[in-house]
Design a protein around this ligand. Sequence first.
Ligand SMILES: [Zn+2]
Ligand SMILES: [Zn+2]
Ligand SMILES: [Zn+2]
Ligand SMILES: [Zn+2]
Ligand SMILES: [Zn+2]
Ligand SMILES: [Zn+2]
Ligand SMILES: [Zn+2]
Length: 1751
Amino acid sequence: MAAAESDRDLSSALCSEFLNFSAKDTAARWQQAPELQAELYQHLAVYVPRIFCLGPSGGGGGGQREELACQLLLLAPLEWLLLGAEPSAGLAQLQENNQPSLLCGHVFKVGEPTYSCRECAADPTCVLCMQCFLGSVHKEHRYRMTTSGGGGFCDCGDTEAWKKGPYCHKHEPNNRDTSQEDPVAQLPADMVVRSYSIFSIILKYAVDMLTWEQEDQLPAGLEPPEKGDTYYCMLFNDEVHTYEQVIYTLQKAVNCSQKEAVSFATTVDRDGRKSVRFGDFQFCEQAKSVIVRNTSRQSKPLRVQVMHSSVVAHQCFALKALGWLGQIIQYSDGLRRVLCQVGLQKGPEGENSSLVDTLMLCDSKMWKGARNVYHQLLMNSLLMDLKYKKLFAIQFAKNYRRLQTDFMEDDHERVVSVTSLSVQLFTVPTVARMLMVEENLMTTIIRTFVDHLRHRDLQGRFQFDRYTAQQAFKFRRVQSLIGDLKYVLISRPAEWSEQLREKFLEGLDAFLELLKCMQGMDPVVRQVGQHIEMEPEWEAAFTLQMKLTHIISMIQEWCATDECVLIEAYKKCLCALGQCHSGLPDGEQPISLSLAGHSVETFRYQVSQDKVSIHLPVCRLLAGLHVLLSKTELASRFPEQLPLGELSPPLLIELPLRCLVLCAQVHAGMWRRNGFSLINQIYYYHNVKCRVEMFDKDVIMLQAGASMMDPNHFLMIVLSRFELFHIFSSADCRKRYRDGNKDVVQQNNTLIEEMLHLIIMVVGERFVAGVGQVEPFDEVRREIIHQLSIRPMAHSELVKALPENENKETGLERVIDSVASFRKPGVTGRGLYELRAEWTKHFNLYFHHYSRADQSKAEEAQRKLRRQNGDDSALPPPALPPLCPLFASLVNLLQCDVLLAVEGAVLQWAVEPSGGGWTESMLQRVLHLVGMALLEEQQQLENSSGDDDVTFNYTSKITRPGEAPSTSGSVLALLESLQNAPHLEVHKDMITWILKMVANIKTMRERSSCSSTVSTSQGQGPEETVRDKDKAERKRKAEMARLRREKIMAQMSEMQKHFINENKELFQQSLEELEASTSAAPHSPPGAEVCVSEVCVGPRRSGGGDRRQLVTCILCQEEQEVRGQGRAMVLAAFVQRSTVLSKNRGRAPPNPEHHDALFMHPDLAFGTHTASCGHIMHATCWQRYFEAVQLKEQRRQQRLRVHTSYDVENGEFLCPLCECLSNTVIPLLPHTHTLHSADHPSLEAWLQSTNQQIAALHAAHRKSDGEAAADREDLAAPEGFRVDFIPPNPFSSSVREMITTFSTATYKVGLKLNPNEQDPRVPVMSWASCAYTMQAIERLLVDEDKPLFGSLPCRQDDCLSSLARFGSACWTAAPPSTTHTHFIRLFAALVPDSQVENTPCILDVDMFHLLVYSVLAYNSVHCLDQSGRAVVDSAHLHLLHLITVAHLVQILLTSTTAEEVSMDQDSGGSEEEELTCLLYNTLRKHLCSVLPEVSSGWHLWRCVKAGVLPFLRAAALFFHHLNSAPPPAELQVAGPGQWEALCSYLSLPCNLLQLYQSKHTLLEPLLQGWCCHPAVKQTLQGGGVIIRFPRESNRLIDLPDDYSALINQASSFTCPRSGGDKSRAPTLCLVCGCMLCSQSYCCQTELDGEDVGACTAHTFTCGAGLGIFLRVRESQVLFLAGKTKGCFYPPPYLDDYGETDQGLRRGNPLHLCPERYRKIQRLWRQHGVTEEIGHAQEANQTLVGIDWQHL
Ligand SMILES: [Zn+2]
Ligand SMILES: [Zn+2]
Ligand SMILES: [Zn+2]
Ligand SMILES: [Zn+2]
Ligand SMILES: [Zn+2]
Ligand SMILES: [Zn+2]
Ligand SMILES: [Zn+2]
């Protein structure tokens, strides 16, 4: 209270200040002052504390008054002084003279869309704002769209950022020479002088204030004239404490409500600080101590300061002043440059003492809000001025180490740290290069990085497992340095200077130091006996590896661009590796191995016993550089410059080989006891994120080593490291093993397989440029071919399977179309790429990037494909590209003696059927190796001019008999003997292929030795023709097989027919059953007479004959007849409230207690919809089932405290057959058959008797109410009408019970009330559900262009029939007087009755609801008539006629508006038109002043016809189901003649106006009564919502084609509750188009005593609890139902590859897919959303756990 008082005082005080203050005079005074700074400071000292921070709300976010005062008293005089003129005019002048910079520089808001061009951007950080993008050439390119996280600016106009198209239309330079001029020269000289001094003073002031650390003092000259005891308790934000902790603490410390605490916490989180208490020092100090005490328990306490209000005030103004500077310089590039100069001017302390330096160095001490403001200013000034950007970059680089260290100590996110500006500076290639040369930036970054990773082991390697939480936190922060390094390296130099070489190599030295710390880290030792006790930490090391992967690749790419650098780098790397290797062979006894006549020395080492590490970055960098030497051919051109002689191949291969052996042993199950951490490491070693610089390079290193060694020696070392040497070196050893331990045998088998696979890879992996003679895109293409060989894949799957480069590109797009064809997606699923047939021949089963699972899937797929094509099943190795010279000798591995011995051994074992001694995979790999060798020989033969230069002679070697230790025959002989071995059937085709190749090569050799002139292409001939013949043979066999199959099928079907004939009765029966249970309505049998017109209502109605209906219970399978007196049968049903048909979403939900449900307003705002899956059960079976479900759920909740997808307490259950969500059951009732009678009273007679009946009922009710009846003359009750008659209940008790169950359910759901059987609205709600459901289905049929009858699924037909029959019977469960009263009131709406109150006007009644209610209610009145003369059917017909007339009137009253009338056509006018006119004019007579005049009826008749149609269609549906009347053929198809058929079916004249015309004397009084209702006039004159007919179907809102339009819309959406804040999760309601601030504390509201998020709250007003939303940032559709149910659904937006992008991770442009959107719309219109949620939650239990209500 006191605060508010003082506020008012102060504002009036300020008002007088305003009046007396002149900005112009003040500026003039300052101009004269000798010492401007002193003068200005004095002004600020006086005014600032009087404007800012005057009460509890101070310290951030001042009101309008504060803004105004600040502008008028503080900023305006500054502007006068600066401009020397009236500010607005002066600024306009300034802008006019300005030559604007060509940079766009638009700073991004959080969530704003940004665009980058995949083709033209220099790197992925180069982005455009939406406006620039739309005006750029990149719109037509392959672009990427993302949402900004805030900060950063548009790079439009920066020529270095774009390879082409750097300017959009708007920023295109018109004259060329602007960049060279000094913009300051454009300004008047005096203004330059003034601006220097003003900018210096203001900037200095702001910097001083923002970095000010004293809480109670101010800088000299700013001390306020009087200083009161007013303080703030200022709370600062950190990233340690959670929202909840802060909220809890605040409630305790400053005694505020939860809501206030939430608001404080939100502001602290956003601005970095917030005053939580205002008052005297003591008061604030007290709050501070409570906060500190409460938060210091687990971690360091929250930061709190008690600050004097004047200090806070000056800090507030300092921020305003910085904002002001930022604005002023937007007007003039000259002023911008002046500010830049002021900012970077060296201070008195010399180096690094400029104001900008001061700000940067204090960055980590400032609060978030202050940082944001000055970062923004830096972006607007220094970064927008190309000259000063460089100067600033130098200062930034000079301070780099210090800034990063500060950042490491600070606990704020990186986006609010000044270090995040690095992306703006380092990504400019020229700046980055300059910083590298002049400031040695590369080295600085790497050294800073290494400095912050201190923990090492004895060998100096990183040791992450000893990290404390604090160090781990730091480790995460330090990773941002790698990002900086990436920026620096991202663009490779086109040319090198001597300095650049020097600095790069210096940086490389630092980098190698880093890699040396990683080499060998996290070593593992095989655990034997016991399982490891604790899983060792491995993730940190892999994180580091992953982050460095791109850096390592980029360093190699830099090296590749300069020969000198490459040579030097190679030497440095080799030297570093030498240091790592020192001590490797120490203390090891060399051992000697010999096999197949060769021997080699190596040292004793076993992976299974000694330490081994996966981390070998130094080796792998060397492997990469080695490939570059080969690719650039440096090795062959300057061998003397390279230390190739120093290389020791056995040493080079040693560590990578160990690593690969480790993987093989893990596969073989030898490392099981080492736990999951090792499995994970192996997984990542091969994973696409790491493999390029891990696994791939290890293979390359083996290739490099092998190419420099004797192949026999290489293989012996490999055998030895695989610990398999003894198996192949002695003949009997194998035998011993076979009989030995089964585990060991199996392990060895796997190891042999892995080793053979490794040899295949070492020889065959040639798709790296430099190893094989290929281009980079060959490599990508091969990856794609092999992915697609597994199965067709979506674009995103392919992208995920390919390694991305530093630009996040895979190269996929360049090759995909050449190898695959695209298959578009349907309404579900995604687009897929399929490998084209001609590329399958490149398939290699032993592709090195296949996992074992991939491999077997691919094998299966490829074999299937070959079978389909009628080919043999062999999958021979593909032809390979030739090797580069440096690797050329690798091929000799294939024909070396050791490998031949290994092959011979395996083939020898395979002679015997497998008994654990060998495996099929082993044999398959050997056959593959043999195939590779043969292909190699064939290729060499083809490419040679003569036989003499072919060094490869595998065919002759395999014909040599085997040597010791294998005593068997030659490899070839073994293959020939295996060809027909029955146990090798699977491999037969492959062996055949091999033997054919051998024969082929022999012919080639023979021929070329006979005559060397024979062309090689002919040599290929025989093999080809052999193959063709083979193929033809196979085709023939396949054809025969097909014929055989067909014959068998024919025989079988013959047998079936026979069987059916024999069991005819049985089949007939089951068919009947099927018919009975699927559709209750007996359709006219085909071929029946069509000339008899079908009628569904009135005495002439057809159908409804006695027909027994047999149904089967899905639970007990028992058959049962549907009878009123029998056991009740029920349909599972789901009742829900609905707003799908609503024409007025603004209407508030009805008050459940007092809502008069009897009349439905034509806006249909809230309805009750019933759906059923059509499954029938006994009522008793269902009850037992439901009780069981209840019991199970109770037990489950006690045990697990988890919920199911359905709410048992609310009566929900899943249909036992189809699991469809249900919440009640509808009883099946027989058709109540009434006798046809000829006696059809006229309307007049019927009206009269009904009036009499009603009067009698009135009288009876009055009597029962105890009123004296004497004052009124009792009308004679019609003959035979007995008001006290109580009809016998036609239903058994079990049916009665089910009737109550369903009525109560519609009542409970429809009105949201607890069940109350006594409420008179109970029967009304079941009628309502019947009417609403029919209307909804009628709309659905129209919207989907389906005929009225015959197109609904059976379950819906069943549901409608049971609803209609239920409606006509449910009165039996209610007291008779209740339904009588309802009928009286309904009837009064048609025939005005003075005794009935609260009758709504005709415009406020939905006529279809009225029809359904009155027809269904009439039964209860009719049964009192015991005369036997009247039939219920005539009453139905009269009611239909009356209500149709009422509807016609309703339409005529609402259809005309002035402009439509003028469209009249003057035609002669049909009878319909004339009669319409006539009726209209009668209405005008009653209401002349409100209805416009109409001259002809053409337009009116058109309106009437269109308007009444939905009513007629719904009525036809209703009577069809009520009376089981078969529909006419015309209504079962779409087409012409619908109107006539409809009218005749409803027993109405085609000219509906006849209804009125023929009885107009009788109806005229009614017409008058309707029109005279006062509400009619009032509504038509604008006093209410006019609903026009026909009511259009509701649609979901229109969505834009381009998704970025939505993102843009959402980015400008602010939270409606927290004053202009950006919403974090903007969410669009697809029903009404409302944007909401979802999933956030700020917009939570209370609903029925619970806190709910904005979406849930919205569903209750917009969708009666049901909502369909689009989460814009996530690109995800959200379905919500009630508070506890929800699910996510794929969005209707697809990229060009036919895929959605949930979470917007890929960034491909997204476009609306109308079919998918229509699918969502259909789901909504069909009331299927809740069911969809149910299915989703059943399928995915995690969805059940989500707090949907908080969204
Ligand atoms: Zn822009
Ligand atoms: Zn632009
Ligand atoms: Zn482009
Ligand atoms: Zn049953
Ligand atoms: Zn079902
Ligand atoms: Zn909000
Ligand atoms: Zn909505």
